[in-house]
Write a protein that binds this ligand. Sequence first.
Ligand code: OGA
Ligand code: MN
Length: 198
Amino acid sequence: MIPVEQRFERVVQQILEQGRAVIDGLFPDQILSHLLHRLTDLREEEALRPAAIGAAGQAEVHTEIRSDNIRWWSDHPSDPSESAYLAHIDALSTYLNRTCFTGIRSREFMYASYPPGAFYARHVDDFQNKDARKFSVITYLNQHWQPSDGGELVTYGKQGPEIIPPTFGRTVIFPSPDLEHEVRITHRVRLSITGWLR
Ligand code: OGA
Ligand code: MN
């Protein structure tokens, strides 16, 4: 695996040049395998809930817009794989703050599970809160994803639509207010860790 600073620099370069970063292996596979097990357990325990849209306090479930199930993480999780993932996220935030003066001060992460037939219509992530979302971060946990499984992330950047399959170990990062995106209908359970740097 290439050194961590070089991986983080690729994130910065891709965001500057292409408006988003799509990087396989940004975080260690071993951590992601543990997170996949944890999410699988949580799904079996039915610990996920239908995702809502809108700012805190006004959030409502609208399955015609999004139909995934989510579970928020604690800011300081007791699960070792969650805290290991967040340690990498914090290192990335520190790198972004140091090199790009992004002023990231906090983060929020969740598990997301899209059952077959689920999708998320085209949207932007920023809700114009006072603690605005600066970057969206999504890491996919889907082993052996096939083109026929659907569930692609589609981004609508300046260079036109880009179709990104949600394959295991892939992380997508983009400025939350800038990039419209959608999740196409998935034909297989589609699992991810999704979060925001604020
Ligand atoms: C979101 C979102 C994209 C994805 O949760 O806001 O757009 O690929 N997720 O899961
Ligand atoms: Mn989104």
